[in-house]
Structures are given as C-alpha cells and as structure tokens.
Design a protein around this ligand. Structure first.
Ligand SMILES: [Mn+2]
Length: 315
C-alpha cells in the first residue's frame, strides 16, 4: 500500500489546506504522514509526496504533487497553481474547491482571511459562509480588516498561536483540533483539543502586548527588538503596522546565534534589507515584506546603517 507524505506550510493557509487534502486521503483509506514546514522550502525524498502552500520544492522525482499559489517556476513535478491562470487564491481555497464540502466552508475561510485574500475569492463563497454561520459575523461588503478582527480572525489566531509556541507539533495539533471540530462554534468555544488553542491564543496575545509596550517610534519607522521563545515576529509586525500606519516596521528578535529581522509596511523592503545586512548577515523577500538576519556582534553596524537610511536615532 502506498504511503503518502503530506507536506504543508505551518501557517493558517497551509494547515487548512492540509485539512481538506487529508480528509480526501482519509476517505480513500490512504495512509499518510504529516510534515508541517516552518520555512518556505522543502526537499522531497522519493515520490508520493504532496506539497501544500510551499513555494520552493526540490525534488528528483516527477511523481510528487504540489498545490501552490506563490509566483514560482514550474517544478518538475505534478504542479497546480491557480495564480498561473489569473486567480490569486490561497491554497486553502483551492483545496476547498477540490476536496471540500459546503458544510466545511468555515475552515477554508480561516486560511483565506489569514492570508489577506478575502477580496480575491468569489463573493459567492462569503455568501455561503455568512448564510450558514451568522455568528461568524461576515461583513456584507467583504473587507479584510473586519474579517480578521472578528471570529474568523480569532480562529486564525488560535492556529497561529499553536505554531508560534509548539512549532511543527503545534501545526499538527491545530490540524487535529480542526478535524475534531464539527462546527466553528466547537472550535471557537474550545471544545476538545481546541481548548488548548484558546489558552495559547491568550498567552501569545499577552506576550505581543508586552513587546508592543516597548516600541520605539521615529518619523519614518517603528523599531521593536525583543527576546521571546516563540516565533511571533509576523504577529508583532502585524500589530505594530496597525498601530503605526504609513511607517516602516522593523522587528528584531534575538536568537541564540543571531538576530532575526523583519521589515513591513514600506516599499522596496527587499532591497533595503539586502543593503542593511550586506556583509554582516543576509536577507531578502518581497517589496512589501522582507526579512533577514545579522550576527549579534554586528549589531552596532546594522544600527548605524539603519539610522542613516531611515533617519532615526536608534541607540
Ligand atoms: Mn503560507
């Protein structure tokens, strides 16, 4: 009997995608193992791998399948990407279309909203969610912010918190909690496995609030440097961006061997991070969101470059 390896990005989009694909594998009585991926790239061993929401797939065998929405080359494997035919749909929506069921639309909604793609999927989808679950408070006119501030965003926070605290095993746990929940209310109210996710969400939000208390605000940018055992950079960046519209957000998280930095809320941030870390670390990404790292012993150099470039007075 074939055993599949299900790789998925350990974020809301990847986890909800894995929800729909694993459901189909279960229906067919296929065996599979789960491989959540914290990063964007995966190197596949052999064949019978399925990749969801993973932008960089390395493989020697064409007998692997990738369902993705990033702008990438066509890999030498079975590859489907709705973006290539003009639809910027997150993988959670694609997986729902392929393997879902109307009664499970709420799960797809979490992945779509968390990937900031609310307006990119057909309005008819949101009508379906609104009709079935008025308690999810889907706005009449679909907009990203009210969605992410409502119950849909709350569910996304629960999943993100699980990954932030427990990494890969947190991703698998969140997937199991979704599978166990028959309705969005079960999940939101913390029935069964979801109970732990409610607690983790509160814990992470508290941690983020403590970090935000120490933000340093300048004319052009906002700077936040912190220690945390959790992977909460993007969450902190999201909150900081909301509090400081129009400014570049710079997040620096101290790690054992290096300082990891993230940039949000500006233009050409991929170029900026490359300039700031040149010779003292590394970095890259997208124009509106980039990230990198520097060695601890190069901190002063990085700070001086940053002060010069963004006209601030970071000490
Ligand atoms: Mn993703």
């Amino acid at each position: 009997m074939v055993k599949f390896k299900l790789h998925f990005h350990a974020d809301c989009d990847g986890i909800t995608s894995a929800y729909f694909v694993s459901r189909e594998l279960d229906r067919l009585n296929f065996q599979y193992a789960l491989y959540p991926s914290l990063g964007a790239s995966v190197e596949l061993k052999g064949s019978n791998n399925i990749c969801l929401d993973i932008s960089d797939v390395k493989t020697q065998s064409p007998l692997n399948f990738s369902l993705d929405h990033h702008i990438t080359e066509k890999y030498p494997l079975f590859h489907a990407n709705f973006r290539q035919v003009g639809f910027e749909w997150p993988v959670s929506f694609d997986s729902y279309l392929l393997f879902g069921d109307l009664s499970l639309a709420w799960v797809a909604a979490i992945g779509i909203a968390a990937d900031w793609c609310a307006q990119k999927v057909p309005v008819k989808f949101w009508d379906t969610v609104r009709e079935q679950w008025p308690q999810l408070k889907i706005p009449k006119k679909i907009e990203q912010l009210p969605l992410i501030k409502g119950p849909i965003g709350r569910m996304a926070n629960m999943i993100d918190a699980s990954v932030a605290v427990n990494k890969q095993s947190g991703a698998i746990y969140a997937l199991r909690a979704l599978q166990e929940s028959e309705t969005p209310d079960d999940f939101l109210e913390g029935k069964g496995k979801a109970e732990k996710l409610v607690t983790l969400r509160e814990k992470i939000l508290k941690e983020v609030a403590t970090i935000l208390d120490k933000e340093e605000v300048f004319d052009e940018c906002v700077f936040l440097r912190f220690n945390s055992p959790y992977n909460i950079k993007s969450l902190v960046a999201g909150h900081a961006k909301e509090r400081n519209p129009g400014k570049v957000i710079i997040i620096a998280q101290n790690e054992r061997d290096k300082i990891r930095v993230s940039f949000r809320g500006g233009d050409h941030l991929d170029v900026l991070v490359k300039e700031l870390t040149e010779g003292i670390g590394g970095g890259g990404g997208h124009p509106q969101a980039s990230g990198g790292w520097i060695h601890h012993w190069h901190w002063e150099k990085f700070r001086d470059r940053l002060n010069k470039k963004l006209h601030c007075t970071l000490k």
